[in-house]
Design a binder for this molecule. Structure first.
Ligand code: ATP
Ligand code: MG
Length: 257
């Protein structure tokens, strides 16, 4: 993806989340989440089912107004303002592409929503098809795509406008190792271009490969936040991996009973 000028306040963190609280009725989803993501950083939100990862992303993009706390994107407190919104790319947890449209038509649709037109839109669509490994299947309906292809299309639909700040909510769920590897390579390419990425997952090895820093979250709280090497020191085992740290901090009780 091509580089474009960094907008907003150059000194402010691309993403700043401060003391977010939110309840859905009696269910407390966020219970005081705070973190900051630096420019060009890939930051992992790692947590079990129901930890509050998606709710945090919804608050960051302004799709949900938290009960308490605030978010800022490059220093701007209102992420719904068009000027701020255009700097954010979101890859939703649920696949959001249209099954009856072809890959190319989906990209044209999302690109138009982001305000792209004419030659710029066509250029971004070509780039996205290459990026996602979908150039040869561009004329086929998304309903005929494999799970991995649909995931890859879902990702590039959120990146067409070349956003500076990218929020990816479990982008690799249900894909095979080949698709997963391509997605990782794409995220690494975005990092090289200086994009800031917030990445949620419950796969430890993903966080370990991709993320500069990781927050382990559970029950709406940040339990630990550090570089992966720092987190590894928290596990009370001889040869720690992130999974051991994760289970040590979040326990072994099932979350989806
Ligand atoms: N719209 C909603 N109405 C009621 N409860 C909700 C709603 N959305 C989320 N919750 C609850 O809020 C808590 C946090 O959910 P959230 O989706 O943010 O977690 P998550 O970390 O994204 O989980 P997962 O890994 O399963 O995607 C959970 O207990 C969930 O059941
Ligand atoms: Mg989620």
């Amino acid at each position: 993806m091509s580089a474009s000028a960094v907008q907003g306040s150059p000194k402010a963190s691309p993403i700043h989340v401060e003391d977010l609280h939110h309840a859905y009725g009696s269910v407390v989803a966020l219970d005081g989440i705070s973190f900051e993501v630096g420019p060009g950083e890939c930051f992992g939100l790692l947590g079990p089912n129901g930890a509050g990862k998606t709710t945090t992303i919804l608050a960051i993009v302004g799709a949900l107004r938290p009960d308490r706390g605030w978010v800022a994107i490059q220093g701007e407190r209102d992420p719904t303002r068009p000027a701020v919104r255009s700097r954010i790319g979101v890859v939703p947890q649920s696949i959001a592409v249209y099954a009856d449209l072809t890959g190319e038509e989906n990209l044209a649709f999302f690109g138009t929503l982001y305000g792209l037109r004419g030659a710029r839109l066509r250029e971004r669509i070509e780039m996205a098809l290459e990026f996602a490994g979908l150039a040869e299947r561009r004329k086929d309906r998304a309903s005929t795509y494999s799970g991995g292809m649909q995931r890859r299309l879902n990702i590039v639909c959120g990146l067409l406008h070349d956003p500076q700040v990218i929020l990816m909510d479990e982008p690799t769920v249900g894909v095979d190792p080949q698709s997963r590897n391509l997605i990782f390579e794409n995220i690494e390419a975005l990092k090289r271009l200086g994009r800031t990425v917030l990445y949620t997952t419950h796969y430890m090895e993903e966080a370990q490969r991709l993320c500069d820093r990781v927050a382990i979250v559970d029950r709406g709280r940040v339990l630990a936040l550090d570089r992966v090497e720092g987190l590894l020191r928290l596990a009370p085992v001889e040869r720690p991996d992130l999974e051991a740290v994760f289970l040590h901090l979040t326990g072994t009780t099932l979350r989806d009973r």
